[in-house]
Design a protein around this ligand. Structure first.
Ligand SMILES: [Zn+2]
Length: 91
């Protein structure tokens, strides 16, 4: 595995560029933010992002649904100029 540009401090979730990479693993690392120097307490950006993606994937799906609804409303408004008045009555 190639050396990543940075690693993630699991203590404070900061990006840390000051680390020693050897044989596909973190040998030494030092977080300037919280002072963490335990190599086991750092994560590769890839691993960290994957954990994030699982959570954001669900939220992104929900947001996409909302936006689609809005686009439908706006599209209807464009077809009919009095559409905005209809929106107020619905609320
Ligand atoms: Zn830290």
């Amino acid at each position: 595995m190639a050396r990543p540009d940075y690693i993630i401090c699991l203590e404070c979730e900061s990006e840390v560029e000051d680390f020693t990479w050897r044989e596909g693993a973190i040998q030494r690392a030092s977080c300037e933010v919280c002072g963490n120097t335990d190599p086991d307490a750092f994560s590769l950006p890839e691993d960290f992002d994957q954990e994030f993606d699982d959570e954001e994937a669900d939220e992104a799906a929900l947001e996409t649904d909302d936006e689609e609804d809005k686009e439908d409303d706006e599209y209807a408004d464009n077809l009919d100029d009095v559409g905005s008045e209809d929106d107020e009555e619905e609320r």
